[in-house]
Design a protein around this ligand. Structure first.
Ligand code: LAC
Ligand code: ZN
Length: 464
């Protein structure tokens, strides 16, 4: 597109049209730094109206547009097309309203998740969705990927928190449905179609989010179990004995835990919170509002399982700094895997009952094809969502990620799981979408895409 003469500067102001060297790295890559985007221009609109004007223009000219936020995605969905527009929502970062009576907050898409957390908390209310990238991920991106994170077990994924949504469609049409209702069954729920569509069906500009009572207590522990079956038994028992207060259940396979805590001790001087050598380690957290009762309930629940033998070792956080240490094991796992880079990483889901089969089968199949391969498993076991890190360790050869994908997704498919639990499809998983979705499902997706974006300008090449 001809950037100088097409009126973009009139829409967003010259200072918000970035070209050439002014396009910083932040607009060119995402969390994994696997992808490099080369947009012709970065535009930073300040309002929904400006987004609409940009899309009208792009639609007329057939220019690709990729909405971008905090760039913490992991599948390349926010990598703008070469020669296209990167539409950064960063200036649309306002919290427009917090309505404690209705338990909602209305935010613009460029608001950083942690800023939304803190604003809600300041009003005595709670936005439950949380993830490691909270300090940079923006609400629009979190909605675009339907992000999950560490508290899905109790409060659900992002889609469970979006009550109202405003989007700009490919032709510039603004569709605004910023209601505050939990229940709204008037016709097709287009909102849920847009959530998780990775910028391919519309650009999210504002949302009404559902809030919850702010927990005033939290209890955090790391517990060891010997078998996967025991771990899931523990999950079910704690869910019941903590009266629904169980908020996180983050599992690490024993060898994964060892690798991470060794590296964290070495590099971050973080003490190892629980002795190594057990089969499984889980960061468990409960949240509540009963200052006297909650700690006691948590300790009773853990003590019962220690006594009963389900838990074989445990460390309970007695202070905020101990809590941070325990969560550090999980939130900063990458420290343990730096020297395995580049590696393949996965976010798959399946029934919890087949998870041990999944791990065993992946390891077997990997060993056959790549005799030196290493694989580590962890994840949101409470949600049936596992992460895997795999390096085939073929010195001197480039990473054969497609071969590893085939192995991992082959097992996922056999076990009836999903190849993309929470990170989305982007470009990284696109070739495998039909391993997890039927022809008819794909037909339906294409029909929707065609109807909403007939010229194919919205984030082309992503998802489908
Ligand atoms: C996690 C991210 C990678 O759970 O989804 O650590
Ligand atoms: Zn995750």
């Amino acid at each position: 597109m001809d950037i100088s003469s097409n009126g973009l500067a009139e829409i967003v102001g010259a200072a918000n049209v970035l070209i050439g060297d002014d396009i910083g790295d932040r607009y060119r890559s995402d969390f994994l730094k696997k992808h490099v985007a080369a947009p012709a221009v970065v535009l930073r609109p300040a309002s929904t109206q400006e987004v609409s004007e940009i899309l009208k223009l792009a639609h007329r000219e057939g220019t690709p547009v990729t909405a971008i936020g905090g760039q913490t995605g992991m599948c390349g969905a926010a990598m703008a097309s070469p020669g296209g527009i990167a539409l950064s929502l960063e200036r649309m970062n306002r919290i427009e309203e917090i309505d404690p009576a209705s338990m909602t907050m209305t935010v613009q898409a460029g608001c950083v998740l942690q800023v939304a957390h803190e604003a809600a908390e300041a009003e005595g209310v709670f936005l439950p969705l949380d993830l490691g990238a909270r300090g940079s991920a923006m609400i629009g991106g979190v909605i675009g990927t339907n992000a999950g994170g560490n508290r899905v077990l109790r409060w659900g994924m992002m889609r469970d928190m979006v009550l109202g949504l405003e989007v700009v469609l490919a032709d510039g049409r603004i569709v605004s449905s910023l209601g505050k209702m939990i229940k709204d069954n008037a016709g097709y729920n287009w909102k849920h179609l847009l959530i998780g569509s990775e910028g391919t069906l519309g650009v999210v500009t504002r949302a009404v989010l559902r809030l919850r009572p702010l927990p005033t207590t939290h209890q955090t522990a790391i517990v060891a179990t010997e078998s996967f079956e025991d771990t899931i038994r523990l999950l079910r028992k704690l869910d019941a004995s903590l009266s629904g207060r169980l908020s996180s259940f983050e599992l690490l396979w024993g060898d994964c835990y060892e690798r991470v805590v060794d590296a964290q001790l070495d590099q971050l001087k973080r003490p190892v919170p629980l002795a190594k050598g057990h089969g499984f380690y889980t960061v468990v957290e409960a949240m509540g509002s009963d200052k006297e009762g909650d700690d006691a309930q948590f300790e009773r629940a853990l003590a019962a399982e220690l006594e009963g033998g389900l838990i074989v070792d445990a460390a309970v956080a007695n202070s905020e700094s101990q809590r941070a240490t325990l969560w550090g094991v999980r939130d900063e796992m990458h420290v343990g895997f730096m020297n395995l880079m580049p590696f393949c990483n996965y976010d798959v889901s399946m029934a919890q009952s087949v998870m041990p089969t999944f791990v065993a089968r992946v390891r077997e199949d990997l060993a056959q094809r790549f005799p030196n391969a290493v694989s580590y498993f962890y994840g949101h076991a409470g949600d049936g969502n596992l992460h895997a890190i795999v390096n085939p360790l073929e010195p001197g050869k480039p990473l054969d990620s497609i071969a590893v994908d085939r192995i991992v997704f082959g097992v996922v498919r056999e076990l009836g799981g999903s190849i993309a639990a929470e990170h989305g499809i982007g470009t990284l998983r696109r070739e495998f979408l039909d391993w997890t979705r039927s022809e008819d499902e794909l037909w339906m997706m294409r029909a929707i895409k065609q109807a909403l974006d007939p010229r194919g300008i919205l984030n082309p090449g992503k998802v489908l």
